[in-house]
Design a protein around this ligand. Sequence first.
Ligand code: NAP
Ligand code: MG
Length: 490
Amino acid sequence: MRTLVVELAQFIGGTWITPQGPFVADINPARTDDLVARAPLGTTNDVDLAVEGAHSVSAQWARTSLRERGVILARASDLLSQRAQVLGAELTREEGKTLSEGVAEVKRAADIFRYFSAEATREIGSVFASSRDGESVLVVHRPIGVVAVITPWNFPIAIPAWKIAPALVYGNAVVWKPASLVPLLAFRLSEILVEAGLPPGILSLVLGSGSIGEYLAGHRGVSGVSFTGSTDVGRHLARVCADRGTPIQTEMGGKNFCVIFSDAHLESSVKEVVMGAMLSTGQKCTATSRLIVEQEIAEDVMALLAEEVAALRVGNGLDPDVTVGPVASGSARASVLQHLNRAISQGASIIAGGEPYSSGPLAEGYFVPPTVLDLPGRGLDVWREEVFGPVLSVVRSRDRDEAFEMANDSCFGLSGSIFTNDFGWIDRAIRQLEVGMLHVNSETTGADPHVPFGGIKQSGSGPKEQGRAAIHFFTEEMTVYLRPQATRPR
Ligand code: NAP
Ligand code: MG
C-alpha cells in the first residue's frame, strides 16, 4: 500500500487533463513519509474551461428526464458500494480517520446517491387552488444552471456526495473544487460518475488552492455556490457572491455542546459524549467541543471522562484496533496544540491527554492526544473558538437554566445534545436551544441522508442540505398560473 503513488488528473469539460506540473504532494497524516498521490494545481484558465464546458451541455442535461438522471446516480451508488473497502482504505491513508470510519463514509456516499437517485419517484412540485374560476396554480422546480461546489477535507467523499448528487439529479451541471488535502477521493468520485454514465462536461473537477475556489465562486458563468468549510472563508465567499448576486449556501464552523443533567444515566451519557468529541479525531463539523454538566454530578462525570478517554487507542487508522487517527495535517496539529497551550495558560486543568507526543511513531505522524479540559469558567478562548481536533472542554452549571444559557452563548449554532429523561426539559430544549440539529440522549454527530442538515447563527446560511431540503438550493421555483382557454371558433 505504501509505495503506491496515484498520479491525479483534473477532469475538465469531459476530458481528463494530463498534468504538466507543478504538483501538490498528498501525504498520509499518520506517516508523513508515505506519499499517497500527486495532484496537479489547477489554474483560472482551467476554471474558465470547466464553466464554459458546463454551459455548453447544461441545457441538454436539464432536458434529460429526472428518471434518466436518477439512473446514473443509482449506478454511481452501486459502484461506491462495491468499492467501499478499497476507497475507504484510500480515504484513511489520505485523510487519517480510521479504516472503519473511512469505509463507513464511502458507504454513506453510496446511500446519499441512492437517496437522490429516487427523486423521480417523489413529489417534485405543488399545485394550489386559484382564486379565479377554471385556473390552477402550479409551483415547479427548474435547475439553476451551473453550480460551483467547494468542499472541505474532513469528509472527502460524503460532503461532496451530498452536494453533487442533488445538484445533478435536479438537472444542474457542476464544477467542483475539493479541498487541497484530499484530491485522491475527489478524483475517485469523479471517475465513478464518469463510469456511471454522466455525460461529458456535466461534472468538472478542478484541483487547486483556495484562490481557485474564490475565482470559481465569483465566476460570471456560475449560477449558485454550495460551500462547506470554515466560517471565515464562507463569510468571505458570501461577500464575493453578494457582489454578483449569486445565491450561496454555506455550511461553516461549529462549537457544538452537550448538556448532561443530574438525572441522566452518567455512564452511557459520557460514552456518547466521548464518541462525539473524539471519533474522526474530533474533526467532524458536528463534533462535541463543549460539555456543560450540572455541578452536583461534575466530579463523577470528570472521573468517567478520564476513564473513557484513556480507553481510546490512538494510531494509524489502517490498524484495525485504532479508534482515533491523526489530525489531517501538520498545520492542523500545530493549531490544536496552540489552542491547548493557550487554554492551559488561561487556567484550564487537564482531565485526560494534554501532553503532546514527543517520541515514537505518534510524534512522527500528525497525532494529538485526545484531551479533556476542566475549565474554571466560560472566559477561556478554548470555550469560544473552534478547535477542530480531539479536545473537549468542560464547565459546570449552577442549575439547568444556566446550562441552557451557557449552551446558547456562542456565535455558532450547528449541533447540540441534551442528556436527561426529564420530558419537560427536553421540550424546553427543542424550543430554546439555538442549533440546527438537536440530539436527545445521543452524541452531537450524525447526518441521515433523508433529513435536513445544517446550522444556524454563524454555522451556516441559505437553504439546508440533504433530504427534501436540498431541492430548495439546487432548483429555482417557478409559479405557473395555469388557465385553459376556450377553443377558437372555426
Ligand atoms: P476551509 O479552509 O474553509 O476550506 C474549505 C474549502 O474552501 C476548501 O476546498 C478550500 O480549499 C477552499 N477555500 C479556502 N480558501 C478559499 C477562498 N478564499 N475562496 C474559496 N475557497 C476557498 O475549511 P477546511 O479547513 O477545509 O475544513 C474545516 C472547516 O470546515 C471547519 O471549520 C469545519 O467546521 C467546517 N465544516 C463545516 C461543516 C458543516 O456542515 N457545517 C462540515 C464540514 C466541515 P483549500 O483546501 O485548497 O484551502
Ligand atoms: Mg483549509
